[in-house]
Design a protein around this ligand. Sequence first.
Ligand SMILES: Nc1nc2c(c(=O)[nH]1)N[C@H]1C(S)=C(S)[C@@H](COP(=O)(O)O)O[C@H]1N2
Ligand SMILES: [Mo]
Length: 551
Amino acid sequence: MSSTPPAPAAPPPTEPSVRPRGNTSARCWWPALAGLAAVLAGFGLGELVAGLIAPGASPVLVVGALLIDLAPAPVKELVIGLFGTADKVALIVFIALVAAALAAAAGVLEYRRPPFGRFVVVIAGLVALVAALTRADASPFDAVPPVLAMVVAALVLTMLLKRLHASTAPAEAAAAATAHTGRIASVTPHAAARAALDRRRFLLYTGVSAGAGVLAAIGGQLLTAGSRAADAARALFTLPAPSTPGAPIAAGASFDIDGLAPIITPNADFYRIDTALSVPRIDPSTWTLKISGLVENDVEIDFAELLALPLEESTTTLACVSNYVGGDLIGNAVWLGYPIRELLKRAAPTSDADMVLSRSQDGWTASTPLEALTDDRNAILAVGMNGDPLPLEHGYPVRMVVPGLYGYVSATKWVTELVVTRFDTETAYWSTRGWSEEGPVKLSSRVDVPRDNATAAAGTVTVAGVAWSQHVGVSAVDVQVDDGEWNAATLADAISVDTWRQWRWDWTATAGSHSIRVRATDANGSVQTSKLADVAPDGATGLHEVSVSVP
Ligand SMILES: Nc1nc2c(c(=O)[nH]1)N[C@H]1C(S)=C(S)[C@@H](COP(=O)(O)O)O[C@H]1N2
Ligand SMILES: [Mo]
């Protein structure tokens, strides 16, 4: 370098806020790492404390729940479309990635422009706090995990960056001196040794913070799993016998065809759709259902009282309004429950009421026409599903099942409250998010075999599927190959008008690529429309079609 003596007017000293160039790992990667470790430490502690005192307020779950409630309908449709029943795992992965990116950014920001990194941490903490306290069943304790997480993350970040600065200070001072004087300044061996020690400490503390955070988060998960009385109660619970058993499912209701949806959907295969990121776990000994609103008498009933009532078995096909043409968000089960109409009789709705707003323990709501709950259909408070207590994720201990209506306006899981009211005064969860207030199930049908894009051998090929028009009934199914004529399919026996029906048709397949489509006719003679409609706002229409190639 130059040996020119310093000019009398020295170059202006480096601005204190502009850090001299050190090596990039110290300036970028290490602060990012510190940010991640600090946030992991805070987050882990938050999860642990949530496990100890506020099982509902786990930071990742409350933020997830907030996102679920805030996401516009098209986004939710897209996520359900992309990930199906894995939508919740996808959401948690998404939150983790965003949180990691924010944590790294907070680290870098705090290193270069303190205290802005801490601001990022505080803002994220406040978002989690709002999310925790705006949940339907929030308690003041729920504020503790997010606040603690935020404070710890900010403190750990400050502590780690102090170490990092200490480790880079001698090099930076030398660099600054070099810039200032134009002569290479070097770090004394003593300072270099101290810097190395500080660096080792920085890395050690960073590792310890991150590790402790991970362990604490795991501990929190174990604690919430262990403190769940609902699991234990459900495991010990035996369903009472029905006082009105359902007729056994006739052999004729079901074809034995590989790939065809079974007439009764096993619980483990039953689709699950809800906004509950962590499944509500209700201890049945604390469960009650309150009926209030436009009624002569407020009614309240607990679980033991409900079980002591004459329970009835009924088979009802449940369908989701988000089910695409040909989709699998539909299932058929034998439910055990008590008619809602009987409980509403006790409450005696006033004549101006036309809707029941049902609410779940976690604050989700559905608006069901009062008539659907008081007419003679099997609208029930269900406690059993296919001979078992309701699975936790299907609404344990009590849910609603109403034949003929999509789940979002009728099938409230974890139900704890019925408010008798009017459509013009109350609006349910999905109805404020772009879906219709009323959701009668649309006449529909699906081809299960052959699968779409299957290859079939020429000759006789069995085509089969299901068709449904809950509470009206299916009277005919027709199948069309390419642009040929419509052929009447053979229907399996109906269990009732409230369930789907299997159908089959033998096709004489010829070589080539073919498309097979299906169309149902309901008991009123209405023919399923071929007109395409999106799932929003009140259910998809159009004919399901599969492509088959015959070599
Ligand atoms: N508490 C609660 N109940 C709910 C929902 C919900 O998000 N929360 N989703 C509804 C919707 S949209 C459907 S389609 C059905 C699905 O019931 P399943 O998950 O048992 O199949 O539940 C309904 N009940
Ligand atoms: Mo749904």
